[in-house]
Design a protein around this ligand. Structure first.
Ligand SMILES: [Zn+2]
Length: 274
């Protein structure tokens, strides 16, 4: 098949109109008419990931994070993104980015996170309607099959999610009962209010900063509301998506392309000391 066939398939799985307004997923680099026999997947289009894709002879690299988060005017190879782009282009490897459209899509990052945590009947926190009859939207809220306490839930999350050096942190009463769980893959501190409204016992997300987390815990106290927060690494919250992505791409492309997950851990931290 051609790159355009792969892009069409990916955009049927993860429609671009599910994206957030500020986001620009889709084909970032490459030739739609190019041959596409090898497709690899990674979370971030880093220089090392680009090299690995090029060495494998990939025709298309699929990443969750964009090469650029904002408009650029210069793309020299001294810039990391410019360097990654030139490695991919020289190798004839296209780049397709599935970002907030993948967060919202059925079997995207949020649903994959729910699957790892064993959440049942999870529905989007912020609905974007249906895609192929399945609910789409950001975040998910669902129920654990068996109630547990917050500490047990945090430890279970550590066990079930891809490992990074950050581990898992919790805020709230470690002994409080947890049954209903809200999740937001990626950086979720802009979704505290929606998590609160979802009536979850705990909100699991990543990249929680001091002030938003502290303010939220204080707000819960002022409201007389018991709720826990679980902070996992950004990488841990989004990488479970590859469980679904490779399985679904295999079905979609029916052997027309060889698929591979580049297993490079692109979490930026190398060590943590506590
Ligand atoms: Zn992310």
């Amino acid at each position: 098949m051609k790159v355009k066939d792969a892009v069409k398939g990916l955009e049927e799985m993860y429609p671009l109109d599910l994206r957030e307004e500020w986001d620009h997923p889709g084909l970032a680099l490459g030739n739609l008419e190019g041959e596409c026999k090898k497709i690899c997947f990674a979370l971030d289009p880093t220089i090392e990931v680009a090299k690995e894709a090029a060495e494998w002879g990939a025709d298309l690299l699929v990443t969750h994070h964009p090469l650029f988060f904002r408009a650029v005017h210069l793309l020299p190879s001294t810039d990391p993104h410019g360097r990654a782009a030139s490695i991919l282009l020289r190798a004839g490897c296209a780049l397709w980015v599935g970002h907030t459209n993948v967060d919202a899509a059925p079997r995207g990052t949020n649903e994959a996170l729910c699957a790892r945590l064993g959440l049942l009947e999870a529905l989007p926190i912020e609905s974007k309607g249906l895609v192929g009859g399945a609910p789409a939207g950001l975040g998910r809220v669902g129920e654990l099959e068996h109630e547990m306490n917050l500490e047990e839930f945090a430890k279970m999350s550590l066990e079930e999610l891809p490992k990074t050096v950050q581990g898992v942190k919790l805020a709230g009463d470690p002994k409080m009962r947890v049954k209903r769980v809200a999740v937001m893959s990626g950086a979720g501190d802009g979704f505290f209010e929606q998590a609160l409204e979802s009536e979850a016992d705990v909100f699991l997300t990543s990249d929680l900063r001091h002030h938003p987390a502290l303010d939220f815990m204080q707000r819960l106290e002022a409201l007389g509301r018991k709720m826990g927060l679980v902070d996992v690494s950004h990488f841990s919250s989004e990488s479970p998506w590859f469980d679904f992505a490779l399985e679904d791409a295999e079905k979609k492309f029916e052997g027309r392309a060889q698929l591979r997950l580049l297993e490079r851990n692109t979490d930026p931290w190398a060590e943590a000391f506590i």
